[in-house]
Every structure is written in structure tokens, then in C-alpha cells.
Design a protein around this ligand. Sequence first.
Ligand SMILES: Cc1ncc(COP(=O)(O)O)c(C=O)c1O
Length: 386
Amino acid sequence: MLFEQHARYILRLFRSATLCQPEVSVMSRVFNFCAGPAAMPEPVLLRAQEEFLSWGKRGSSVLEMSHRSDEFVQIARHAEQGLRDLMHIPENYKILLLQGGASAQFAFIPMNILGGKRTADYISTGIWSEKAIEEARNYCDVNVTATGAADGFTRIPDREQWKLNPNAAYVHYTPNETVNGVEFHWIPETGDVPLVADMSSTILSRPIDVSKFGLIYAGAQKNIGPSGIAVVIVREDLIGRPLPQTPRPFDYAVQVKDASLYNTPPTFGWYLIDLVFDWLRQQGGPEAMGPINARKAAKLYQVIDASDFYSNAVAAECRSWMNIPFRLADPRLDPVFLKQAAENNMVNLNGFRSVGGMRASIYNAVPEAAVDALCAFMRDFEKRHG
Ligand SMILES: Cc1ncc(COP(=O)(O)O)c(C=O)c1O
């Protein structure tokens, strides 16, 4: 009996020891083209792994820290300053890290910044702007100022045809449509009406002038870090007039006052975000990423456009740098393409669930080598199946 107990104890020890071993070595990691949660920078994952059991000399994990502790507040403040530096965010803008991802912001925005007005203008360029519109309708009169629906969301409606309302509380648009692969390579001019941008899939991919916006928001799970968190960058004068029933954790003024710590935040996610910002700073920030991202996208579009075997329907002037959807001329080859890509260590190339086809998401953390490998695979696949 004693022997049996002893044997079980040894077996338990052995199991916990094997759990501690990383099952996948860095060398065997795949090229991940997922739209989100997306590839993370490898140095960030390694650093998190290194610090997982003990952050600094603390002897406990970030997961085990109180969000009110000096150590966590230090991480949180460092992350905020990291973003302010990377995006050159002016002093009159507040930065919030909030729960609920970008979809929650679809509601938080009208709740917080209607400022007593009843109407907001929305530009519709695809699936995500449509979702933002649907949600906003619960809080205000939505004026869909322009829509790309008639063109199957393959181009941005001509600016001259937008019918902006000068009395709208704000103008909302989606600079990069993650599903359709349509991207604004310019910033709409909206006069005195604050411009609101869902930058979920394009933030930090290149420099932008924050002062042109009233509010920028982004789900973190693409160019920022793990899912479940939204970054909100909001001009001070837009804060402080929420709709009367706005729950306190959703009220920007409350969260600004408490430095996004009104309630317990996803602390480990914040820590990872801080590491991503440090990594991005080491790469040279958005200024350095812009040309790299442009080059990565150009390489992929070149392969797609080289023949009729692949196609992308988006107008050339608004093709996304971050999310590149494409189709095979013969959709029966889709599963073969995905299977062979995976066999060559390239994963998550399937298109959005309701759209089908393929999509390569090539955010900051997807190295140029991954795009080169994908281009080579696509050329080879075409040779074998074209
Ligand atoms: C442009 C855009 N907006 C909003 C969302 C929704 O984000 P979340 O899932 O964080 O709510 C996504 C998700 O992929 C997105 O790509």
C-alpha cells in the first residue's frame, strides 16, 4: 500500500515536470496568418515565458499581482506611456484600456460621446462598419452617410458623394476592414465634427496623425497583444457627458479618473501589451513598420495579380496592407490549398467564416520571411494545379 502511494507520488511529480517542458521549441513554430487573435512577436512570448513564474525579483507571477499593487501600476503606466510615445499622442488625449474588445466600443462610443446630440454619421465600408452601425442604432439616429454595399464592399465610396451632417455628434469610419481587405490610405476631413476611427486591424502599422481624430479605438488582438482588451484614445473635450444609464465601468470619465482601473482589468493582457510596445519601440515604431508593411503587402498582391489563378476584387487604391483576402479561380482547390499550406507550416489562411476563400493577415508581428514563404508556396501551388 505504502509502495503504491509512493509510486503514485513519483508519477505525479513526473507529470508536473513534463508539463514544465515547453512542448514546442521556437524552431518549430509555424507562420501564423490569423486575423486575430494574431501572431505575437516571438521575443514577447519568450520574455513572458521567462517571467511567468516570477516577475522581477518578486517571486510571483504577474497573474498573481493585485491590480492595485505598485508593481502592476508600474506596468500599466509604462504601457500607456509606450503607446503615447509610439503614436505621438498629444497631451489633450486620454488613453484607456477597456474590457469587451472593439465590439463593446461600438456601444460605448455613442453612450459616451453623443454629447447631448441625437445623430451620428457612419461610413459603411464592410462587415465591421456594418456591425458598428447596427449597435449604434440602439443609442442614436444613425445617418449612413456613404456605403460601399453596391460595389460589394470592394472600394471606398467617393468622398464627393458623402452627405455629412454638420450637426452630427461624430463621424465614424473603419480605416481598415479586416474581412473585406479595404483600407483608407487617407484620413477623411470632417471639419468641426469629431472623427471616430475603428483602427482594430491597422493601428501601429504606420505613423498616423492622432490630432486629426476625436477618438481612435482598437481591439488589441492584432497589432497590440492579446484579445479581450480595447485601446481607446479620446480627446479630452469629448469626455464627461455620457447617456444617463451608462454603466460606470463603461463611462469614459469614470475610467479616466481611475486610470482604467475602476474595476479589475485583465492584468496579464496589459502586461503582454506593455511587452509588445517595448518590442515595437525596439523595431523603430510605426515609422519603421510602415515601409516594411507596405513591402510585405506589395509582394503578396503581386503574386495574386500575376495570373487568373488567384484574384482579389478590391480596388487598387484601397487595398489593405494588413488583411489580404484572395480567391482561387477553382474553389474546389480551397481545401487542398489550405492543407498543403499547413503542411508547409503556414496556418490560418482561410477567409472569414461568412465569406470563404482565403485571407492572409500580415500584421507587424508577421515577419517578412513569412510573406516570402507564402508567396513562394502560392507560385509553386499554381504551377502544380494551374
Ligand atoms: C475592424 C474590427 N472591428 C471590430 C472587431 C471586433 O473586435 P472584438 O472581437 O475585439 O470585439 C474586429 C475583430 O476582428 C475588427 O477586425
